[in-house]
Design a protein around this ligand. Structure first.
Ligand code: MN
Length: 178
């Protein structure tokens, strides 16, 4: 099975699933909820495309997707994805950056949180039991490719409840994880 990945935009030809998240879908995700509520609720924060060669949940297969996080901030916090753990914690994942600038924010279950800077060509191995989210710190879309096992499952709930222990904000013109 073959398709094409656009190495500028991240578009996957024949992507079978796509979704987008707007500011109105992200209540409670950013620290400054008043700032989020004051912005245009239709503003797109990120889009995801998926080439689901396998049905989700199928053991032993792989899935591939691209995420595009738009440039922008809510208050001083950069536009970012909701983030997740894998439902099956003993599963890893690869991310790589296709375009733009940003960070992969990572957190262990003990709350240890850190970030890896992303720019075109950076390759990131996300270890088992590590939650992950993307943030765009640049002026252009952040385009990221992802490859994960088809049976890992996604646990967004743990993040929706507890969040990440650190946030990526702009301070004095620089990205800082605080
Ligand atoms: Mn993942």
């Amino acid at each position: 099975m073959q398709t094409r990945l656009n190495l500028e935009t991240g578009a996957i030809t024949g992507a079978m699933k796509q979704s987008e998240r707007r500011l109105c879908d992200l209540a409670g995700v950013f620290a400054d909820e008043a700032a989020r509520a004051a912005m245009n609720p239709e503003t797109v924060v990120y889009r995801v495309q998926m080439h689901d060669a396998e049905k989700e949940g199928t053991p032993g297969g792989l899935l591939f997707g691209t995420s595009v996080v738009m440039p922008g901030k809510v208050g001083d916090e950069y536009f970012m994805t909701k983030g997740h753990y894998h439902a099956r914690r003993d599963t890893a994942e690869y991310y790589f950056c296709i375009a733009g600038q940003g960070a992969l924010i990572l957190m262990r279950e003990d709350g240890t949180c850190w970030a890896e800077p992303m720019e075109r060509g950076t390759l990131h191995y996300i270890e088992r039991s590590v939650a992950h989210r993307l943030a765009n710190t640049g002026a252009d879309p952040l385009v990221v490719g992802c490859c994960w096992g088809s049976d890992i499952g996604h646990d967004y709930e743990s993040i929706a409840r507890g969040g990440f222990t650190k946030r990526l904000v702009e301070m004095d013109g620089k990205a800082r994880l605080i």
